[in-house]
Design a protein around this ligand. Structure first.
Ligand SMILES: C[S@@+](CC[C@H](N)C(=O)[O-])C[C@H]1O[C@@H](n2cnc3c(N)ncnc32)[C@H](O)[C@@H]1O
Length: 336
């Protein structure tokens, strides 16, 4: 669940804004990449500092409308690209001194309110969940994947204990009718033996489907790898996550490249080039009580960051191996 979205006042709050600004320090000027432009909360704040430039990305073309307003105000200090952040190394940035790259994962308030996107279990009509630039929808997944594949999606991306029964009941139901949002919620309700009165029964399955449809795990992994390829020495790479799987990936990536695992007690050589990051703070930064009270969903936000230590771009990482399981599940979508 994303903190930048539903708040008490139903307005957009850029999560952990103060903390992020203090880490990336735009008061010194420079070029920053906002990988998840959304409503432009971070981009606007950075551009308020003189001598800054922002390159903003978002896979949702709707963000382009807000970006156009920023473009009018900040002219050539601001560029917006409707691309997925896993593609950020395709931007021609070789000679640009990128001082900071920020990701604020997930979806925004306007996206969840958009009935066309069908992100919410309260939406009526067709299942969708595509944030933009997708190849398949939740409707394709629910109506075409096999039982085992659906079960694995719900289990691995939603931590849904009753994944097996839900998947089985989907297969039964879809042989009679095409399943839409309401139909899926009814199947989940029927399948769950243990009811949770605090959280909606469909929460975990909907989160899992959204991750699958948008290939969020592969996006994050390749987004991080490619971010490092464009970040310059001394630059900051920061990520705000909203669930434990995302946080595990970011934590692993940052930690594994901040220490030299190949150093042996007996080795006379230290491969300094492999130590890519300075990990200043091991624990994530989380929202203050004040922020949580203004914007309750921000309570699940975690911000981690590193500073790039070298001008080294052809680094090695085993992050794909570590999370191969999840990438393989997202790849079920290739046949849809
Ligand atoms: C939580 S919102 C960001 C809000 C933003 N920080 C602000 O203050 O307005 C996340 C945004 O990231 C976008 N997004 C999610 N995954 C993406 C990806 N792989 N590539 C590009 N944009 C992505 C979504 O479309 C959404 O607009």
């Amino acid at each position: 669940m994303d903190a930048t979205i539903v708040s008490k006042l139903q307005k957009h709050y850029p999560v952990l804004l103060k903390e992020i600004i203090s880490v990336i320090s735009p008061q010194h000027g420079g070029t920053f990449i906002d990988c998840t432009f959304g409503q432009g909360g971070y981009s606007k704040k950075i551009l308020d500092f003189k001598n800054t430039n922002v390159i903003a990305l978002d896979r949702d073309i709707e963000s382009g409308k807000i970006a156009n307003r920023l473009k009018e105000k900040f002219k050539d200090r601001f560029i917006f690209k409707n691309i997925k952040f896993s593609q950020l190394n395709n931007l021609k940035l070789k000679n640009v001194n990128i001082r900071g790259i920020i990701f604020d994962l997930g979806y925004s308030f306007t996206q969840i309110k958009d009935p066309q996107k069908g992100l919410s279990f309260n939406a009526s009509g067709k299942l969708n969940m595509q944030l933009g630039l997708n190849s398949y929808s939740a409707e394709d997944a629910i109506n075409k994947l096999d039982e085992k594949e659906l079960e694995r999606i719900f289990k691995f991306f939603g931590d849904e204990k009753e994944a097996k029964y839900i998947a089985r009941n989907i297969i039964k139901e879809r042989s009679k009718n095409k399943i839409d949002t309401k139909g899926l919620v009814e199947i989940i309700d029927k399948s769950k033996k243990r009811k949770n009165f605090k959280v909606h029964n469909a929460t975990k399955v909907f989160q899992a489907l959204r991750i699958f449809v948008n290939k969020e795990i592969s996006e994050l992994i390749f987004g991080l790898i490619n971010a490092v390829k464009v970040l310059k020495k001394g630059g900051v790479l920061g990520v705000v996550t909203f669930h434990s799987l995302e946080d595990r990936i970011v934590k692993y990536f940052f930690k594994s490249l901040s220490e030299n695992k190949s150093i042996s007690r007996y080795s006379p050589f230290v491969k300094q080039a492999d130590i890519l990051f300075n990990l200043i703070q091991k624990k994530p930064i989380t929202p203050s009580d004040e922020e949580i009270s203004k914007n309750p969903p921000s309570r699940s936000a975690k911000f981690r960051y590193v500073i790039k230590k070298t001008d080294f771009y052809n680094f090695e990482t085993d992050i794909e191996e570590q999370f191969r399981n999840y990438i393989e599940i997202e790849n079920y979508g290739d046949k849809l």
